[in-house]
Design a protein around this ligand. Structure first.
Ligand SMILES: [Ca+2]
Ligand SMILES: [Ca+2]
Length: 253
C-alpha cells in the first residue's frame, strides 16, 4: 500500500509540474509575439550603424591610397631629378678633366703655370689683390668663393712679392680669434716662429699688441702693412675694419 501511495504522489507531482510547464510556455509565447516590431527596429538601427562604419572605413582607405599615390609620385620626381643632376655632374666632371688636360699640355708647351684672369702668378701660386674693402671674415669667405683662400705667407720671397704689389694695408689669412696670442692661418696651421714678419719698431713697441684703445675686443686679425702707410710688415688689427685683401690659390700646372 505504501508503494501505491508513493506512486500516486509521483503522479500528482508530475501532473503539477506539467501544469506549471504549460502555463510558463504560454507566457513565453505571448512575450515573443509582443516585441516583434521592436526587434525589427533594433536590427535596422544595427544595420545602419554597420553601414556607416563600413562607409567610413572605405573613405579612410580611399584617402590613404590617394596619399600613398601622391607620395610615390613625389618620390619618383625627386629620384628623376637626382638622376638628372648626377648625369650633369658627370658631364661637368668630364669637361673639367678635359680642361685640365688642355691646361697641362699648354703649360708644358709654354713652360709656365697659369692663373685665372685678374690673378697674378708667382712661385707656382696665383694671387688676387682685391680692389674692394671688406672686414676680415668677409674677405676670408670671398677668397673661398673665388676658388682660393686668404693668403698664407710661408717664406721671405713670398712676403717680398706681396709687399711689392701693394700700396696700402691688406688682410692676410692669419688670426688669433680662438685663443688670444695663438696665431693660426686659415688652413688651421699655427704660425711658424721662424717665418713671421710682425712690425718691430725702434721704440721697442712691436706687433701684435692686441690694442684695445680703438675697440675693447682688441685686435685678432693680421694684415699686411699698417694704415699709416707701412706695407712691408704685419700688424694685428680689429677684425671688423674694412681693408683690401689678398687671396691665394694653386696655379694650374
Ligand atoms: Ca689678438
Ligand atoms: Ca696691432
Amino acid at each position: 500500500m505504501d508503494l501505491v501511495y508513493e506512486n500516486s504522489d509521483i503522479v500528482r507531482a508530475t501532473i503539477a509540474t506539467s501544469g506549471k510547464c504549460s502555463q510558463y510556455k504560454g507566457q513565453k509565447s505571448f512575450n515573443k509575439d509582443i516585441p516583434h516590431h521592436q526587434r525589427t527596429k533594433v536590427l535596422l538601427v544595427a544595420l545602419i550603424v554597420c553601414l556607416v562604419v563600413a562607409l567610413g572605413a572605405v573613405c579612410t582607405l580611399a584617402m590613404f591610397l590617394a596619399h600613398a599615390k601622391h607620395y610615390n609620385v613625389s618620390v619618383s620626381d625627386q629620384e628623376h631629378n637626382v638622376t638628372d643632376y648626377m648625369e650633369q655632374l658627370d658631364v661637368l666632371r668630364i669637361q673639367h678633366q678635359e680642361t685640365l688636360r688642355k691646361l697641362n699640355r699648354l703649360n708644358q708647351s709654354s713652360g709656365c703655370a697659369l692663373c685665372a684672369v685678374r690673378w697674378t702668378h708667382s712661385g707656382g701660386k696665383c694671387y688676387y689683390f682685391s680692389t674692394v674693402k671688406m672686414n676680415w671674415t668677409q674677405s676670408r669667405d670671398h677668397c673661398v668663393t673665388k676658388g682660393g683662400h686668404l693668403v698664407i705667407i710661408t717664406s721671405k720671397a713670398e712676403q717680398d712679392f706681396l709687399t711689392s704689389n701693394v700700396k696700402e694695408t691688406h688682410w692676410i689669412g692669419l688670426n688669433d680669434l680662438d685663443t688670444e696670442g695663438h696665431w693660426i692661418w686659415v688652413d688651421n696651421q699655427p704660425l711658424s716662429q721662424t717665418v713671421e714678419f710682425w712690425i718691430k719698431r725702434e721704440n721697442g713697441v712691436r706687433e701684435p699688441d692686441n690694442w684695445t684703445k680703438q675697440h675693447v675686443d682688441g685686435e685678432d686679425c693680421a694684415s699686411l702693412g699698417h694704415p699709416g702707410g707701412e706695407t712691408d710688415f704685419w700688424t694685428d688689427a680689429y677684425c671688423f675694419q674694412k681693408k683690401r685683401f689678398i687671396c691665394e690659390a694653386a696655379a694650374a700646372v
